[in-house]
Design a protein around this ligand. Structure first.
Ligand code: SAM
Length: 250
């Protein structure tokens, strides 16, 4: 089944261009996902196609008018749901949300610009608000592309290799283990011996130990979220000499 993405944006070309390249472009050609874009300027009546105005109460910048957005949504009752507005104050996007979206029919992403949306646009049309991080972009288009790419990579067949998303960072609540390719020695730095041993069980154990250690060191919050370290994981870390110096109480 084709995963559907509808994007409401003042810059459809920004979305369409990126969506046609590399992984997204190939997956789209394969029919894994389909894109439609909707420009709120098309839903304006004045000659200037006005989509913004000054904020009530004063302050810098312009605010997006509610009407072009609401009329865009009303004119296209077949927009796929949920309709998610991209705002820095929304719920943080993460791998779990990407996986949830990947199991549904698709998503409509509403991109803001300038100082953001008139609140009534959000109240009237958005099912939810989403943030892609604790920073402020100039517009929602890059945020929308982050979401689209993160989800499309999870769609069956989209990467042309169904195994890879399962092994990646976050797939198991852990960061990914370090990866190496040729040559075996580069500027005096060796690829770990175990990865060249051909012993697949040992390689799997080493990778898991590295993923655990890296997550403990860099993102102890992820370890805490999965309920701390299990006894078997503690033993695995100890067996690889990775327990010392790490805070394993999380
Ligand atoms: N005045 C707004 C505020 O402080 O929340 C910021 C508006 S921002 C300059 C313009 C648009 O970029 C937003 O309406 C939103 O669509 C998008 N945007 C910026 N940062 C974002 C983020 N971290 N996550 C999702 N969208 C973001």
């Amino acid at each position: 089944m084709t995963w559907r993405v509808d994007v409401i944006t003042l810059f459809p070309e920004a979305i369409g261009g990126y969506a046609s390249t590399s992984v997204l472009g190939r997956a789209r050609e394969r029919g894994s996902w389909a894109l439609r874009t909707f420009d709120p300027r098309e839903a304006t009546d004045d000659v200037h196609r006005t989509v913004d105005d000054t904020p009530y109460g004063g302050g810098a910048g312009m605010v997006l008018l509610a009407d072009p957005i609401v009329r865009t949504v009303e004119a296209h009752p077949d927009l796929v749901r949920p309709l998610i507005a991209l705002t820095p104050s929304g719920r943080p996007f993460d791998d779990a949300w990407a996986r949830e979206l990947a199991t549904g029919p698709g998503v409509t992403l509403l991109c803001g610009r300038y100082e953001g949306f008139d609140q009534r646009a959000l109240d009237l049309v958005a099912d939810e608000e989403m943030s892609v991080g604790d920073f402020v972009l100039a517009g929602g288009e890059l945020a929308a592309l982050c979401v689209i790419e993160a989800v499309v990579r999870l769609l069956p067949g989209a990467l042309g290799n169904d195994a890879s998303p399962a092994e990646e960072t976050f797939a198991d609540g852990l960061l990914e283990y370090p990866q190496y390719t040729k040559p075996a020695t580069y500027r005096g730095r060796e690829v770990p011996e175990v990865l060249r041993s051909g012993d697949h069980a040992a390689i799997a154990r080493w990778r898991r130990a590295q993923a655990l250690a890296r997550t403990l060191e860099r993102r102890p919050d992820l370890i805490a979220r999965r309920g701390g370290l299990r006894d078997e994981e503690r033993r695995l870390l100890a067996a690889h000499g990775l327990l010392a110096g790490l805070d394993t109480n999380g």
